[in-house]
Design a protein around this ligand. Structure first.
Ligand code: SF4
Length: 390
């Protein structure tokens, strides 16, 4: 399949473009265009896109650059993501961005927002503390106020009129991307042997910094080409890979998991981009900004950084396992990530209640050795095949 190979090569080139030259090219193609960085996991993409700004998820640098100066800012017992993100900034790779949005995901990202403000005064830096529930109503009113201020400030920079019509158009554009992402997820669950994790991951990472309608087209092209490969399934188990959602594992780790005898049929690597991450439901004359706010407060998937009053997260994970017809769960959490590692025990408790096998390992974005993880995933796969449990 020459075509799918060349499409994947393009995705690889985009992934390796840590200096964001492709974002620079997009901005330069029309006057007034902005680009705004978003840290995991809450990104008001509709608001940014409506203001004429390309939302650009910043998820650290992985193993693509050497982190030297970024290390000087953080203690050794902090995850790796803020170090490589700072390194990208200090190298000038994020100069193309006009601003950075920091959500209140954890202490580390909260701290990084302050460091960024002091280090890169040319950026519009916005710290957003999304309320955890829609009750009381003042929570929604507060978030609406914050996002409206961001919208106005960005529109003042881009020269765009801050209107409800712009917000509605942006919601419609993002809905195209969400629909394509759902189709991609369905195709992967149906034929993971034709849609390997490494390629699906590259494609979804492309959505980090592409105009949403263009990404939707790209995703549909990839699905059609990948399904046309007609590969035959191998004797592997089906797994959900969960627990990352912020600092990203190296691509080689994803490949190692599949080569160890697994098909990854679902994952939560890219929270914030997922189709069930809180899509605004706007109809008729609804106020689009309120729809965006309620989408996040009421519809987004429970995760380690969302207050989970009714303990939905465990049940939601079991439901994902069932939907994906998965044989088990691999927990892959970033080292020193408090949200991920504190979340694991309550999730594994629910998996045990439902007799879902699981295993867990940790990684850093610049991990270079995968042999032990490969052995662990391989042993897990063999155990599930032999006995139906790990
Ligand atoms: S990896 Fe975990 S601790 Fe580090 S920035 Fe992300 S959520 Fe915070």
């Amino acid at each position: 399949m020459l075509q799918v190979d060349s499409l994947v090569r393009e995705l690889e080139a985009r992934f390796d473009d840590v200096a964001l030259d492709h974002v620079r090219a997009w901005k330069g193609a029309a006057p007034g265009r902005l680009a705004v960085g978003c840290m995991p996991v809450f990104a008001p993409r509709e608001v940014l896109w409506a203001a004429g700004a390309l939302p650009v998820f910043v998820r650290g640098a992985g193993d693509r650059i050497e982190t030297i100066r970024g290390d000087a800012y953080y203690q050794s017992y902090i995850c790796h993501l803020p170090r490589s993100t700072l390194e990208l900034g200090l190298l000038g790779h994020l100069d193309v961005l006009d601003g950075m949005v920091f959500p209140n995901t954890c202490d580390v990202i909260r701290n990084l927002s302050g460091v960024w403000h002091a280090t890169f005064p040319q950026h519009l830096v916005r710290f957003i503390d999304p309320p955890q529930t829609a009750e009381p109503a003042s929570a929604a009113a507060y978030l609406r106020h914050e996002l409206s201020a961001l919208f106005r400030d960005l529109c003042a920079r881009s020269g765009v009129e801050p209107s409800a019509a712009r917000l509605r158009a942006a919601i419609a554009d993002l809905a195209q991307a969400h629909a394509a992402a759902r189709e991609l997820a369905i195709a992967r669950r149906a034929e993971p042997w034709n849609l390997p994790i490494d390629e699906v991951y590259l494609l979804r990472r492309a959505a980090d910094s592409m105009p949403p309608p263009a990404w939707a087209e790209l995703a549909r092209d990839y699905v059609a080409l990948a399904l046309a490969r007609g590969r035959r399934p191998e004797d592997r188990i089906r797994v959900c890979l969960v627990g990352a959602f912020c600092e990203q594992p190296p691509r080689a780790l994803l490949r190692a998991v599949e080569r160890a005898g697994c098909y990854v049929v679902d994952d939560d690597l890219l929270v914030g981009l997922e189709p069930d991450g809180g899509e605004p439901d706007v109809t008729g004359d609804d106020d689009p900004m309120t729809a965006i706010v309620l989408g996040w407060l009421r519809a987004s998937r429970p995760s380690a950084v969302r207050y989970d009053r009714d303990a939905q997260a465990g049940r939601a994970l079991v439901a994902r396992v069932r939907t994906a017809a998965a044989d088990g769960v691999l927990f892959a959490a970033p080292s020193f990530c408090d949200p991920a590692l504190l979340d694991q025990p309550r999730l594994t408790r629910v998996l045990e209640q439902h007799a879902v096998p699981y295993t867990a390992f940790k990684y850093a974005e610049n991990t270079g050795q995968f042999q032990s993880i490969r052995e662990q995933a391989g042993t897990f796969a063999d155990s599930v095949k032999l006995w139906g449990s790990a």
